[in-house]
Design a protein around this ligand. Structure first.
Ligand code: ZN
Length: 232
């Protein structure tokens, strides 16, 4: 299993690692800062460097339960056992973190079940199970206020036993935690949101910066798609 350094520190953009094996066009290592596609957040891109070479990572995904660093076609792969440096494209990932954190804020404003979502560096969307019309101006204002108020964002692991011993925690969560894995990673935006989430987030909501609500689309009678954009 790959040690997932990004889970405890989403601001790590580079790390040393040892190659543990290969898949098709993909490199496995003992530990990584690369986030694999999941929870609506894209896999990281970046580079793997070693003494005699470098390979461009074009995507990161779970492959057979391990984090696979997918390299560009025709790239030379570093041999198993050798030391490498892993570096993510930080500008792109940081935008994913801003977007991802903004999505949590949006979910705390529109208190409807979320049926889908997708994050990218330029534009993201969240789908809500709702019939009401979205008041775009009010949502924009509420979002801007949460950013300005600069709420702290933190993650912590909790065991299923701890969760069972604190049922009020589950009641305050906007999404029910998945069971059966032993421990659950909770994302908390102080005073705003608490829910299980495995993605990469900011340290504070102020870092979301210039965010704007885009088009609100009606996708069926009971589905509203809210688009958000970063303005820089
Ligand atoms: Zn999250």
């Amino acid at each position: 299993m790959t040690t997932e350094l990004f889970r405890d520190d989403s601001y790590l953009n580079v790390c040393d690692a040892t190659v543990t094996g290969h898949g098709e066009r993909c490199v496995f290592v003992d530990q990584t800062v690369f986030y694999p596609l999941g929870g609506g957040q894209p896999g990281d891109t970046g580079a793997i460097r070693w003494d005699s070479g470098e390979a461009r990572v074009v995507d990161t995904r779970y492959v057979d339960g391990n984090i696979g660093h997918i390299v560009e076609e025709g790239a030379t792969l570093p041999a198993p056992g050798i030391a490498v440096e892993l570096a993510i494209d930080w500008d792109r990932r940081y935008r994913h973190m801003r977007m991802h954190t903004a999505m949590h804020l949006l979910g705390s404003i529109l208190l409807y079940p979320v049926t889908g979502g997708n994050i990218s560096a330029d534009k993201s969307r969240l789908d809500f199970d709702m019939e009401d019309t979205v008041d775009k101006e009010a949502v924009s204002e509420a979002l801007a206020r949460l950013v300005t108020e600069d709420h702290g964002v933190s993650c912590r692991w909790i065991s299923e036993e701890e969760l069972d011993a604190n049922p009020e925690l589950v009641r305050t969560m906007s999404v029910q935690p998945p069971r059966g894995k032993g421990s659950i990673r909770l994302l908390e935006i102080a005073g705003v949101d608490l829910q299980p989430c495995g993605g990469t987030h900011l340290r504070s909501t102020a870092e979301v910066g210039a965010v704007r609500i885009g088009k609100v689309e009606k996708k069926g009678r009971q589905n509203r798609r809210v688009n958000i954009h970063l303005d820089d």
